[in-house]
Design a protein around this ligand. Structure first.
Ligand code: GLU
Length: 479
Protein backbone atom coordinates (compact mmCIF):
# COMPACT_ATOMS: atom_id res chain seq x y z
CA UNK A 1 0.00 0.00 0.00
CA UNK A 2 1.21 3.48 -0.84
CA UNK A 3 1.89 6.39 1.49
CA UNK A 4 0.75 5.88 5.03
CA UNK A 5 -2.00 3.46 4.07
CA UNK A 6 -4.66 6.12 3.67
CA UNK A 7 -7.33 5.18 1.18
CA UNK A 8 -10.47 7.15 0.40
CA UNK A 9 -13.23 6.85 -2.13
CA UNK A 10 -15.66 9.00 -4.03
CA UNK A 11 -18.82 7.02 -4.59
CA UNK A 12 -21.34 8.82 -6.79
CA UNK A 13 -24.60 7.33 -7.98
CA UNK A 14 -24.74 7.82 -11.75
CA UNK A 15 -28.30 9.12 -11.75
CA UNK A 16 -27.59 12.62 -13.04
CA UNK A 17 -24.89 15.09 -13.96
CA UNK A 18 -22.21 15.78 -11.35
CA UNK A 19 -23.68 18.25 -8.85
CA UNK A 20 -21.39 20.85 -7.31
CA UNK A 21 -22.18 19.36 -3.90
CA UNK A 22 -20.87 15.97 -4.99
CA UNK A 23 -17.90 17.57 -6.69
CA UNK A 24 -17.09 19.13 -3.33
CA UNK A 25 -17.17 15.69 -1.68
CA UNK A 26 -14.84 14.39 -4.39
CA UNK A 27 -12.60 17.39 -3.85
CA UNK A 28 -12.21 16.88 -0.08
CA UNK A 29 -11.38 13.22 -0.62
CA UNK A 30 -8.91 14.08 -3.33
CA UNK A 31 -7.20 16.90 -1.41
CA UNK A 32 -6.84 14.63 1.59
CA UNK A 33 -5.55 11.64 -0.39
CA UNK A 34 -3.14 13.63 -2.53
CA UNK A 35 -1.87 15.71 0.38
CA UNK A 36 -1.16 12.63 2.48
CA UNK A 37 0.18 10.39 -0.27
CA UNK A 38 -2.82 8.09 0.02
CA UNK A 39 -4.92 6.38 -2.63
CA UNK A 40 -8.23 7.43 -4.09
CA UNK A 41 -10.94 5.13 -5.43
CA UNK A 42 -13.80 6.06 -7.73
CA UNK A 43 -16.76 3.76 -7.21
CA UNK A 44 -20.02 3.87 -9.13
CA UNK A 45 -22.97 3.20 -6.87
CA UNK A 46 -25.33 2.06 -9.57
CA UNK A 47 -27.44 -0.53 -7.75
CA UNK A 48 -30.57 1.39 -8.62
CA UNK A 49 -30.66 0.17 -12.17
CA UNK A 50 -33.74 2.13 -13.06
CA UNK A 51 -32.29 5.50 -12.18
CA UNK A 52 -28.66 4.80 -13.05
CA UNK A 53 -27.47 5.43 -16.57
CA UNK A 54 -24.05 4.67 -18.09
CA UNK A 55 -24.32 8.04 -19.81
CA UNK A 56 -24.11 9.72 -16.41
CA UNK A 57 -21.18 7.54 -15.40
CA UNK A 58 -19.33 8.84 -18.45
CA UNK A 59 -20.27 12.43 -17.80
CA UNK A 60 -19.31 12.23 -14.11
CA UNK A 61 -15.92 10.82 -15.07
CA UNK A 62 -15.45 13.48 -17.74
CA UNK A 63 -16.40 16.28 -15.33
CA UNK A 64 -14.12 14.99 -12.58
CA UNK A 65 -11.26 14.79 -15.06
CA UNK A 66 -12.03 18.27 -16.31
CA UNK A 67 -11.85 19.49 -12.73
CA UNK A 68 -8.42 17.89 -12.45
CA UNK A 69 -9.49 15.30 -9.87
CA UNK A 70 -7.87 11.93 -10.50
CA UNK A 71 -8.09 8.49 -8.89
CA UNK A 72 -5.92 5.43 -8.59
CA UNK A 73 -8.65 2.82 -8.89
CA UNK A 74 -11.98 3.03 -10.62
CA UNK A 75 -14.30 1.63 -13.28
CA UNK A 76 -12.29 3.23 -16.06
CA UNK A 77 -8.77 2.51 -14.77
CA UNK A 78 -9.27 -0.79 -12.93
CA UNK A 79 -7.35 -1.68 -9.80
CA UNK A 80 -6.72 -4.50 -7.36
CA UNK A 81 -10.13 -4.41 -5.64
CA UNK A 82 -12.47 -4.19 -8.60
CA UNK A 83 -14.90 -4.27 -10.12
CA UNK A 84 -15.66 -0.67 -9.22
CA UNK A 85 -19.28 -0.65 -10.28
CA UNK A 86 -21.71 -1.93 -7.70
CA UNK A 87 -23.90 -3.44 -10.40
CA UNK A 88 -21.02 -5.84 -11.10
CA UNK A 89 -20.63 -6.87 -7.46
CA UNK A 90 -24.02 -8.36 -6.64
CA UNK A 91 -22.43 -11.77 -5.93
CA UNK A 92 -20.27 -10.20 -3.23
CA UNK A 93 -23.28 -8.64 -1.52
CA UNK A 94 -25.32 -11.84 -1.80
CA UNK A 95 -22.50 -13.80 -0.19
CA UNK A 96 -22.29 -11.40 2.74
CA UNK A 97 -26.05 -11.26 3.19
CA UNK A 98 -26.14 -15.05 3.26
CA UNK A 99 -23.42 -15.11 5.86
CA UNK A 100 -25.27 -12.64 8.08
CA UNK A 101 -28.43 -14.68 7.62
CA UNK A 102 -26.70 -17.88 8.64
CA UNK A 103 -25.18 -16.23 11.67
CA UNK A 104 -28.62 -15.01 12.77
CA UNK A 105 -27.54 -11.38 12.33
CA UNK A 106 -30.16 -10.92 9.67
CA UNK A 107 -33.49 -12.56 8.90
CA UNK A 108 -35.86 -13.03 5.99
CA UNK A 109 -38.63 -10.47 5.87
CA UNK A 110 -41.81 -11.19 3.94
CA UNK A 111 -43.57 -7.87 4.44
CA UNK A 112 -44.75 -6.40 1.15
CA UNK A 113 -44.15 -2.74 0.28
CA UNK A 114 -47.89 -2.12 0.77
CA UNK A 115 -47.83 -3.65 4.25
CA UNK A 116 -44.77 -1.63 5.16
CA UNK A 117 -46.40 1.54 3.89
CA UNK A 118 -49.51 0.77 5.96
CA UNK A 119 -47.42 0.22 9.11
CA UNK A 120 -45.55 3.45 8.52
CA UNK A 121 -48.79 5.38 8.14
CA UNK A 122 -50.22 3.89 11.29
CA UNK A 123 -47.07 4.67 13.28
CA UNK A 124 -47.19 8.26 12.08
CA UNK A 125 -50.86 8.59 13.02
CA UNK A 126 -50.11 7.27 16.48
CA UNK A 127 -47.13 9.55 16.86
CA UNK A 128 -44.65 6.66 17.04
CA UNK A 129 -41.34 6.59 15.17
CA UNK A 130 -41.87 4.72 11.91
CA UNK A 131 -39.23 2.07 12.51
CA UNK A 132 -39.77 -1.44 11.25
CA UNK A 133 -42.01 -3.18 13.78
CA UNK A 134 -40.09 -6.44 13.75
CA UNK A 135 -43.01 -8.63 12.64
CA UNK A 136 -40.73 -10.99 10.70
CA UNK A 137 -37.97 -11.02 13.32
CA UNK A 138 -38.93 -14.23 15.05
CA UNK A 139 -41.12 -15.96 12.49
CA UNK A 140 -41.45 -19.67 13.20
CA UNK A 141 -40.11 -21.90 10.44
CA UNK A 142 -43.62 -23.12 9.64
CA UNK A 143 -44.89 -19.57 9.06
CA UNK A 144 -41.93 -18.86 6.81
CA UNK A 145 -42.65 -21.97 4.82
CA UNK A 146 -46.28 -21.03 4.34
CA UNK A 147 -45.39 -17.50 3.24
CA UNK A 148 -42.92 -18.96 0.74
CA UNK A 149 -45.63 -21.33 -0.44
CA UNK A 150 -47.87 -18.30 -1.04
CA UNK A 151 -45.20 -17.17 -3.46
CA UNK A 152 -43.83 -14.38 -1.31
CA UNK A 153 -40.16 -13.62 -1.83
CA UNK A 154 -38.19 -12.57 1.18
CA UNK A 155 -36.01 -9.54 1.57
CA UNK A 156 -33.16 -9.85 4.06
CA UNK A 157 -33.33 -7.55 7.03
CA UNK A 158 -30.52 -6.71 9.42
CA UNK A 159 -31.24 -7.48 13.06
CA UNK A 160 -30.35 -4.28 14.92
CA UNK A 161 -28.95 -4.97 18.39
CA UNK A 162 -29.96 -3.25 21.60
CA UNK A 163 -27.77 -0.42 22.83
CA UNK A 164 -26.46 2.96 21.76
CA UNK A 165 -24.38 3.30 18.63
CA UNK A 166 -21.61 5.85 18.92
CA UNK A 167 -18.72 6.98 16.83
CA UNK A 168 -16.31 9.87 16.70
CA UNK A 169 -16.76 11.92 13.56
CA UNK A 170 -13.61 13.73 12.50
CA UNK A 171 -15.57 16.95 12.15
CA UNK A 172 -18.47 16.68 14.59
CA UNK A 173 -16.79 14.79 17.42
CA UNK A 174 -18.76 12.11 19.24
CA UNK A 175 -22.12 11.31 17.70
CA UNK A 176 -24.47 8.99 19.58
CA UNK A 177 -27.57 7.28 18.23
CA UNK A 178 -29.49 6.08 21.29
CA UNK A 179 -30.75 2.55 21.51
CA UNK A 180 -34.09 2.13 19.78
CA UNK A 181 -33.64 4.89 17.22
CA UNK A 182 -32.47 2.62 14.43
CA UNK A 183 -34.89 0.01 13.15
CA UNK A 184 -34.07 -3.29 11.43
CA UNK A 185 -33.17 -2.39 7.85
CA UNK A 186 -33.06 -4.18 4.52
CA UNK A 187 -29.68 -5.43 3.36
CA UNK A 188 -30.96 -7.44 0.40
CA UNK A 189 -34.17 -6.70 -1.46
CA UNK A 190 -36.63 -9.37 -2.44
CA UNK A 191 -35.72 -8.82 -6.10
CA UNK A 192 -32.10 -9.75 -5.40
CA UNK A 193 -30.69 -6.23 -5.41
CA UNK A 194 -28.54 -5.25 -2.44
CA UNK A 195 -29.65 -2.59 -0.01
CA UNK A 196 -27.63 0.62 -0.07
CA UNK A 197 -26.09 0.13 3.38
CA UNK A 198 -24.77 -3.37 2.79
CA UNK A 199 -23.30 -2.46 -0.60
CA UNK A 200 -21.50 0.60 0.78
CA UNK A 201 -20.01 -1.21 3.75
CA UNK A 202 -19.09 -4.35 1.80
CA UNK A 203 -17.22 -2.23 -0.72
CA UNK A 204 -15.55 -0.02 1.84
CA UNK A 205 -14.30 -3.13 3.66
CA UNK A 206 -13.16 -5.00 0.57
CA UNK A 207 -11.57 -1.95 -0.99
CA UNK A 208 -9.64 -1.19 2.20
CA UNK A 209 -11.11 2.28 2.71
CA UNK A 210 -9.58 3.97 5.76
CA UNK A 211 -11.48 7.29 5.69
CA UNK A 212 -15.07 7.88 4.60
CA UNK A 213 -15.49 11.54 3.75
CA UNK A 214 -19.03 12.32 2.65
CA UNK A 215 -21.86 14.80 3.07
CA UNK A 216 -23.83 15.33 6.25
CA UNK A 217 -26.88 13.89 4.52
CA UNK A 218 -25.29 10.49 5.14
CA UNK A 219 -24.80 11.02 8.87
CA UNK A 220 -28.02 9.19 9.69
CA UNK A 221 -26.84 6.20 7.64
CA UNK A 222 -23.65 5.82 9.62
CA UNK A 223 -25.12 3.93 12.61
CA UNK A 224 -26.42 1.29 10.19
CA UNK A 225 -23.03 1.11 8.56
CA UNK A 226 -21.33 0.71 11.93
CA UNK A 227 -23.67 -2.12 12.83
CA UNK A 228 -22.75 -3.93 9.63
CA UNK A 229 -19.04 -3.51 10.34
CA UNK A 230 -19.64 -4.91 13.81
CA UNK A 231 -21.62 -7.86 12.46
CA UNK A 232 -18.92 -8.64 9.90
CA UNK A 233 -16.22 -8.42 12.55
CA UNK A 234 -14.49 -5.60 10.70
CA UNK A 235 -13.17 -2.39 12.20
CA UNK A 236 -14.85 0.68 10.76
CA UNK A 237 -13.00 3.43 8.92
CA UNK A 238 -12.82 6.96 10.23
CA UNK A 239 -15.79 9.06 9.24
CA UNK A 240 -16.08 12.72 8.36
CA UNK A 241 -19.44 14.19 7.39
CA UNK A 242 -18.95 17.56 5.80
CA UNK A 243 -21.56 20.32 5.64
CA UNK A 244 -23.90 20.58 2.64
CA UNK A 245 -24.09 23.34 0.08
CA UNK A 246 -26.93 25.73 0.76
CA UNK A 247 -28.61 28.48 -1.21
CA UNK A 248 -28.63 32.01 0.21
CA UNK A 249 -32.14 31.37 1.58
CA UNK A 250 -30.81 28.50 3.68
CA UNK A 251 -32.39 25.76 1.55
CA UNK A 252 -30.48 22.95 -0.13
CA UNK A 253 -28.70 24.26 -3.20
CA UNK A 254 -31.18 24.19 -6.05
CA UNK A 255 -31.72 25.32 -9.62
CA UNK A 256 -33.92 28.15 -8.40
CA UNK A 257 -30.83 30.28 -7.82
CA UNK A 258 -28.95 29.22 -10.94
CA UNK A 259 -26.69 26.49 -12.21
CA UNK A 260 -25.94 23.57 -9.89
CA UNK A 261 -23.90 21.11 -11.92
CA UNK A 262 -20.24 21.07 -12.86
CA UNK A 263 -21.25 20.73 -16.51
CA UNK A 264 -23.31 23.93 -16.45
CA UNK A 265 -20.45 25.84 -14.89
CA UNK A 266 -18.01 24.44 -17.39
CA UNK A 267 -20.28 25.52 -20.23
CA UNK A 268 -20.68 28.97 -18.76
CA UNK A 269 -16.91 29.34 -18.83
CA UNK A 270 -15.81 28.82 -15.26
CA UNK A 271 -12.29 27.51 -14.92
CA UNK A 272 -11.80 24.19 -13.16
CA UNK A 273 -9.21 25.76 -10.87
CA UNK A 274 -11.66 28.45 -9.79
CA UNK A 275 -14.45 25.99 -9.11
CA UNK A 276 -12.17 23.78 -7.03
CA UNK A 277 -10.84 26.79 -5.19
CA UNK A 278 -14.31 28.07 -4.41
CA UNK A 279 -15.74 24.69 -3.40
CA UNK A 280 -12.86 24.19 -1.00
CA UNK A 281 -13.01 27.69 0.44
CA UNK A 282 -16.67 27.31 1.34
CA UNK A 283 -15.76 25.20 4.36
CA UNK A 284 -12.07 25.54 4.67
CA UNK A 285 -9.91 28.41 5.81
CA UNK A 286 -6.45 27.87 4.44
CA UNK A 287 -3.66 28.78 6.84
CA UNK A 288 -2.73 32.45 6.54
CA UNK A 289 -6.17 33.37 5.23
CA UNK A 290 -5.08 33.17 1.60
CA UNK A 291 -8.10 32.92 -0.69
CA UNK A 292 -6.95 32.53 -4.26
CA UNK A 293 -5.21 29.20 -4.50
CA UNK A 294 -4.23 26.86 -7.28
CA UNK A 295 -5.10 23.16 -6.85
CA UNK A 296 -1.52 22.10 -6.12
CA UNK A 297 -1.29 24.74 -3.40
CA UNK A 298 -4.51 23.48 -1.87
CA UNK A 299 -3.17 19.92 -1.90
CA UNK A 300 -0.12 21.12 0.01
CA UNK A 301 -2.05 23.11 2.58
CA UNK A 302 -5.20 21.04 3.03
CA UNK A 303 -5.92 19.41 6.32
CA UNK A 304 -9.17 17.82 7.45
CA UNK A 305 -8.82 19.54 10.80
CA UNK A 306 -9.17 22.90 9.00
CA UNK A 307 -12.71 22.08 7.82
CA UNK A 308 -15.63 23.92 9.35
CA UNK A 309 -18.89 22.27 10.28
CA UNK A 310 -20.96 25.40 9.56
CA UNK A 311 -23.35 25.34 6.62
CA UNK A 312 -21.71 26.32 3.35
CA UNK A 313 -23.76 29.00 1.64
CA UNK A 314 -23.08 29.09 -2.07
CA UNK A 315 -22.42 32.64 -3.16
CA UNK A 316 -22.42 32.89 -6.94
CA UNK A 317 -20.95 36.38 -7.02
CA UNK A 318 -17.97 35.23 -4.98
CA UNK A 319 -17.43 32.38 -7.42
CA UNK A 320 -17.48 34.84 -10.32
CA UNK A 321 -14.95 37.00 -8.55
CA UNK A 322 -12.70 34.04 -7.92
CA UNK A 323 -13.04 32.92 -11.53
CA UNK A 324 -11.90 36.31 -12.71
CA UNK A 325 -8.90 36.05 -10.43
CA UNK A 326 -8.03 32.65 -11.83
CA UNK A 327 -8.43 33.92 -15.38
CA UNK A 328 -5.77 36.48 -14.56
CA UNK A 329 -3.56 33.91 -12.83
CA UNK A 330 -3.62 31.40 -15.64
CA UNK A 331 -0.67 31.31 -18.04
CA UNK A 332 -1.95 33.37 -20.96
CA UNK A 333 -1.32 30.82 -23.75
CA UNK A 334 -3.34 28.23 -21.83
CA UNK A 335 -6.16 30.71 -21.33
CA UNK A 336 -6.23 31.42 -25.06
CA UNK A 337 -6.45 27.70 -25.81
CA UNK A 338 -9.34 27.28 -23.37
CA UNK A 339 -11.06 30.39 -24.68
CA UNK A 340 -11.23 29.02 -28.23
CA UNK A 341 -14.06 26.68 -27.33
CA UNK A 342 -16.15 29.58 -26.07
CA UNK A 343 -15.81 31.82 -29.13
CA UNK A 344 -16.05 29.43 -32.08
CA UNK A 345 -16.78 32.30 -34.47
CA UNK A 346 -13.43 33.91 -33.72
CA UNK A 347 -11.20 31.10 -32.55
CA UNK A 348 -9.42 30.53 -35.85
CA UNK A 349 -8.58 34.22 -36.31
CA UNK A 350 -4.78 34.54 -36.43
CA UNK A 351 -4.95 37.34 -33.86
CA UNK A 352 -7.41 35.59 -31.55
CA UNK A 353 -4.93 35.93 -28.68
CA UNK A 354 -5.01 39.73 -29.05
CA UNK A 355 -8.77 39.70 -28.94
CA UNK A 356 -8.71 37.72 -25.70
CA UNK A 357 -6.12 40.06 -24.24
CA UNK A 358 -8.29 43.03 -25.21
CA UNK A 359 -11.22 41.92 -23.08
CA UNK A 360 -9.33 40.20 -20.28
CA UNK A 361 -10.14 42.79 -17.64
CA UNK A 362 -13.85 42.68 -18.31
CA UNK A 363 -14.28 38.94 -18.42
CA UNK A 364 -15.39 37.05 -15.32
CA UNK A 365 -16.33 33.82 -17.13
CA UNK A 366 -15.22 32.61 -20.54
CA UNK A 367 -18.82 32.31 -21.69
CA UNK A 368 -18.94 36.10 -21.85
CA UNK A 369 -16.38 36.06 -24.61
CA UNK A 370 -18.71 36.14 -27.66
CA UNK A 371 -20.53 39.16 -26.24
CA UNK A 372 -17.31 40.95 -25.31
CA UNK A 373 -15.85 40.30 -28.76
CA UNK A 374 -18.90 41.61 -30.63
CA UNK A 375 -17.28 45.02 -31.30
CA UNK A 376 -14.66 43.25 -33.41
CA UNK A 377 -17.48 42.17 -35.72
CA UNK A 378 -19.83 44.20 -37.91
CA UNK A 379 -20.61 47.70 -36.61
CA UNK A 380 -23.99 48.16 -34.96
CA UNK A 381 -26.66 50.43 -36.44
CA UNK A 382 -26.17 53.83 -34.89
CA UNK A 383 -28.77 55.12 -32.50
CA UNK A 384 -29.46 58.82 -31.97
CA UNK A 385 -26.90 59.13 -29.22
CA UNK A 386 -24.18 57.49 -31.27
CA UNK A 387 -25.00 59.60 -34.33
CA UNK A 388 -24.25 62.73 -32.38
CA UNK A 389 -20.68 61.59 -31.84
CA UNK A 390 -20.05 60.76 -35.45
CA UNK A 391 -21.99 63.30 -37.42
CA UNK A 392 -21.32 66.47 -35.51
CA UNK A 393 -18.85 68.85 -37.07
CA UNK A 394 -16.01 67.78 -34.76
CA UNK A 395 -16.78 64.12 -35.27
CA UNK A 396 -16.53 64.41 -39.03
CA UNK A 397 -13.23 66.25 -38.78
CA UNK A 398 -11.77 63.58 -36.55
CA UNK A 399 -12.92 60.80 -38.85
CA UNK A 400 -11.58 62.48 -41.95
CA UNK A 401 -8.28 63.00 -40.25
CA UNK A 402 -8.22 59.39 -39.04
CA UNK A 403 -8.81 58.19 -42.58
CA UNK A 404 -5.75 60.06 -43.81
CA UNK A 405 -3.63 58.88 -40.89
CA UNK A 406 -4.65 55.27 -41.42
CA UNK A 407 -3.26 55.53 -44.93
CA UNK A 408 -0.14 57.41 -43.96
CA UNK A 409 0.84 55.32 -40.96
CA UNK A 410 -0.27 51.77 -41.76
CA UNK A 411 0.40 49.73 -38.65
CA UNK A 412 1.45 46.13 -38.41
CA UNK A 413 0.87 45.40 -34.76
CA UNK A 414 -0.56 46.64 -31.49
CA UNK A 415 2.25 49.12 -30.88
CA UNK A 416 1.80 50.56 -34.36
CA UNK A 417 -1.93 50.95 -33.74
CA UNK A 418 -1.20 52.72 -30.47
CA UNK A 419 1.12 55.11 -32.27
CA UNK A 420 -1.54 56.09 -34.81
CA UNK A 421 -4.03 56.73 -32.07
CA UNK A 422 -1.64 58.91 -30.11
CA UNK A 423 -0.85 60.96 -33.17
CA UNK A 424 -4.57 61.43 -33.83
CA UNK A 425 -5.18 62.31 -30.20
CA UNK A 426 -2.22 64.74 -30.20
CA UNK A 427 -3.57 66.66 -33.17
CA UNK A 428 -6.96 67.29 -31.57
CA UNK A 429 -5.77 67.75 -28.00
CA UNK A 430 -3.78 70.67 -29.32
CA UNK A 431 -7.04 72.11 -30.55
CA UNK A 432 -8.44 71.95 -27.08
CA UNK A 433 -10.42 68.70 -27.18
CA UNK A 434 -10.40 66.10 -24.43
CA UNK A 435 -9.10 62.60 -25.16
CA UNK A 436 -12.60 61.17 -24.94
CA UNK A 437 -13.92 63.74 -27.43
CA UNK A 438 -11.33 62.57 -29.92
CA UNK A 439 -11.61 58.84 -29.47
CA UNK A 440 -15.35 58.42 -29.02
CA UNK A 441 -16.36 59.48 -32.54
CA UNK A 442 -13.77 57.08 -33.89
CA UNK A 443 -14.92 54.22 -31.68
CA UNK A 444 -18.57 54.80 -32.58
CA UNK A 445 -17.79 55.06 -36.28
CA UNK A 446 -15.78 51.82 -36.16
CA UNK A 447 -18.05 49.72 -34.01
CA UNK A 448 -21.39 51.50 -33.68
CA UNK A 449 -20.93 51.36 -29.91
CA UNK A 450 -19.79 53.69 -27.18
CA UNK A 451 -18.15 50.86 -25.27
CA UNK A 452 -15.85 48.01 -26.04
CA UNK A 453 -12.26 46.84 -26.06
CA UNK A 454 -9.45 49.39 -26.27
CA UNK A 455 -9.35 51.01 -29.71
CA UNK A 456 -5.72 50.06 -30.19
CA UNK A 457 -6.69 46.37 -30.05
CA UNK A 458 -9.55 46.85 -32.47
CA UNK A 459 -7.21 48.55 -34.93
CA UNK A 460 -4.50 45.94 -34.44
CA UNK A 461 -6.89 43.09 -35.17
CA UNK A 462 -8.51 44.72 -38.20
CA UNK A 463 -5.39 46.22 -39.72
CA UNK A 464 -5.29 49.64 -41.48
CA UNK A 465 -7.34 48.69 -44.52
CA UNK A 466 -10.37 47.39 -42.74
CA UNK A 467 -10.22 50.22 -40.22
CA UNK A 468 -10.11 52.80 -43.02
CA UNK A 469 -12.97 51.06 -44.78
CA UNK A 470 -15.09 51.22 -41.63
CA UNK A 471 -14.43 54.94 -41.25
CA UNK A 472 -15.28 55.48 -44.90
CA UNK A 473 -18.56 53.65 -44.51
CA UNK A 474 -19.47 55.68 -41.46
CA UNK A 475 -18.68 58.95 -43.21
CA UNK A 476 -20.61 58.00 -46.31
CA UNK A 477 -23.70 57.24 -44.25
CA UNK A 478 -23.72 60.77 -42.90
CA UNK A 479 -24.14 62.38 -46.32
N1 GLU B 1 -23.67 6.91 -3.40
C1 GLU B 1 -23.87 7.83 -2.34
C2 GLU B 1 -24.27 9.17 -2.91
O1 GLU B 1 -24.13 9.40 -4.09
C3 GLU B 1 -22.63 8.02 -1.49
C4 GLU B 1 -22.50 6.99 -0.45
C5 GLU B 1 -21.36 7.21 0.49
O2 GLU B 1 -20.54 8.11 0.26
O3 GLU B 1 -21.25 6.45 1.44
O4 GLU B 1 -24.75 10.01 -2.18
Amino acid sequence: MEGNGIKVRFAPSPTGELHLGSARTALFNWLFARGKGGRMVLRMEDTDQERSDPRFEDSIIADLRWLGIDWDEGPDVGGPNGPYRQSERFEVYRGLAKRLLEEGKAYPCYCTPEELEEKKKKALEEGRPSLYDGSCRELPESRRASLEAEGRRAAIRFRVREGDIAFRDLLHGWVVFPSGTVGDFIIMRSDGRPGFHLAVVADDVLMGITHVIRGEDHLSNTPRHLLIYEALGESPPQFLHHSLLLDPDGGKMSKRFGAVTVREHREAGYLPEALLNYLALLSWSPPGGKEVMRPEEMVREFDLSGLSASPAVFDRSKLRWLNQRHIRLMPFPRLVELARAYAPGWSSHPLFHLMVEAVLDNMAVLGELPKLLEPFGEPKELGEKEEEWVYGETGRKILERAQVLFREMPWKDLDGAKDVLSVLKGIFLERGLQAKEVLMPLRVALTGREEGPPLSYLLAVWGPEEAAERVKRALSRSC
